[in-house]
Design a protein around this ligand. Structure first.
Ligand SMILES: Cc1cc2nc3c(=O)[nH]c(=O)nc-3n(C[C@H](O)[C@H](O)[C@H](O)COP(=O)(O)OP(=O)(O)OC[C@H]3O[C@@H](n4cnc5c(N)ncnc54)[C@H](O)[C@@H]3O)c2cc1C
Length: 401
């Protein structure tokens, strides 16, 4: 049997590959292990997810985060009050890979096209190799999907860059480069607030600009959450519990509801432990709207904003960071061949998935972030591997064994 191709070596790709191997299905896995966590998140970051919500799902026991802690001889990360450093999580992913996906190929998939006889796919690798397979799992996560809103993009005609006036938060790993400088961070999500706090801690003067009144807020610590609501990896709430443990019916909801929930559930909110590191150290400007950014006003980039009181103001700094998240858009997944993309059923730029994470092109599967519009917001997080991987692999095994 031709091996199944798994494109991606982040938590979702590694988990899917481990499940395929456990079923005896030959697999080739491509990508840089845990690269989003190593290169596209700030050094010193702490995970917002609790240890229990930071397990990469494996087909056999003994591969949770706490098992890695035991194997590495470091303090166990177990309770909701234990906070996971990104460096520990990267090392956990690498340990998981070595044990369960040892044959990972650190090459890029340049293109995926359907074979002329429509019996599977042809993949080109950046090593120059071309090979064919009956099934492909796309687990490319955040790669290439960083979102820069139009009003900020105008100030970065050559694209966002840490050396230009505007960057995207995914481009900033070492925040010490901003020490002694003034920084504006646009956004109110965990990424914005943690980037701001980390930059302030390295000696930058930081202002967060966020849209809406009381848009900058932090979650309640675990010991203050209402006990009568059910527990979920994201906190105690009926909605979070349902979306985490019962994502099955999600894809049958009306498209408008699905897309709204993916955007809004678990939306902008800082982690409980970030509040003390943020308040009093980072300035906040809550505005009605950001009208535009300009590359250089008196030598510095600036934001023109409408204040909550309706005035027009200009805020300038040495650099602007857009912590404006990621947006799934099949058009940006340029390794998928043109013909393949036109064949895919889509919903607002995202693949429309059926049972078992299968797309409308037989043999082509999506997991992780690109599956969130079909299976719900939990697919944006590592704990989504628990639902996704066994189901995807069961579906695939039944058809392509
Ligand atoms: C700042 C920040 C903080 C976050 N914190 C948390 C958190 O605390 N908890 C949590 O659960 N989630 C968190 N997330 C979300 C988290 O990043 C995702 O849940 C997770 O990374 C998704 O894993 P993935 O395997 O789908 O993709 P990724 O981890 O993004 O991995 C993508 C993989 O695809 C590979 N790839 C891409 N294109 C190709 C190609 N053409 N050929 C070959 N390989 C390719 C890459 O090399 C990489 O291996 C955070 C996200 C951000 C941005």
């Amino acid at each position: 049997m031709e091996p199944v191709a798994v494109i991606g070596a982040g938590p979702f790709g590694l988990s899917t590959a481990a499940h395929l191997r456990a079923r005896g299905i030959p697999v080739r896995v491509f990508g840089e292990p845990m690269v989003s966590w190593r290169a596209n998140m700030p050094e010193g970051m702490l995970l917002k997810s609790t240890p229990a919500a930071s397990n990469i799902d494996a087909p056999q026991p003994g591969h949770d985060l706490v098992d890695y802690c035991d194997a590495a001889g470091i303090p166990r990360l177990v309770t909701d009050e234990d906070i996971v450093p990104v460096e520990t999580f990267v090392a956990y992913g690498e340990w998981f890979r070595q044990r369960l996906v040892p044959e990972l190929e650190r090459v890029r998939v340049v293109s995926v096209d359907r074979r002329a006889d429509l019996r599977g796919f042809e993949l080109k690798l950046d090593s120059g190799e071309v090979f064919t397979t009956r099934a492909v799992v796309v687990a490319t996560g955040l790669s290439g999907l960083a979102h820069l809103p139009r009003e900020l993009a105008v100030a970065a005609p050559d694209g966002p860059a840490p050396t230009g006036p505007v960057s995207h938060s995914s481009q900033l790993h070492d925040l010490s480069r901003f020490s002694g400088r003034e920084l504006i961070v646009v956004g109110a999500g965990q990424s914005a607030l943690e980037t701001a706090a980390l930059a302030a801690e390295t000696g930058a003067q930081v202002r967060v600009v966020a849209r809406g009144k009381r848009s900058v807020d932090f979650g309640a610590p675990p010991w203050q959450q209402p006990l009568l609501r059910p527990e979920s990896p994201f906190g105690r709430a009926w909605s979070l519990w349902a979306l985490t443990y019962y994502p099955h019916p999600y894809r049958h909801l009306p498209p408008a509801v699905r897309h709204f929930l993916v955007r809004r559930v678990l939306g902008p909110l800082g982690a409980w432990w970030l509040r003390d590191r943020f308040e009093g150290k980072v300035q906040v400007s809550e505005v009605a709207r950001i009208l535009r950014a300009s590359g250089e006003t008196a030598g510095r980039p600036a934001l023109t904003v409408r204040t909550l009181g309706g005035r027009i103001e200009e805020l300038s700094a040495d650099h602007i960071v857009a912590a404006t998240g990621y947006r799934v858009d099949l058009a940006a997944m340029d390794f998928l061949g043109h013909e393949l993309r036109t064949r895919l059923a889509v919903s607002r730029g995202t693949p429309r998935l059926g049972a078992g994470f299968s797309s409308s092109v037989p043999g082509l599967y999506f997991t992780g972030l690109p599956a969130a519009a079909s299976y719900g917001p939990v697919m944006r997080f590592v704990c989504g591997t628990e639902f996704a991987s066994p189901r995807l692999v069961r579906h695939l095994a039944a058809r392509y064994r």
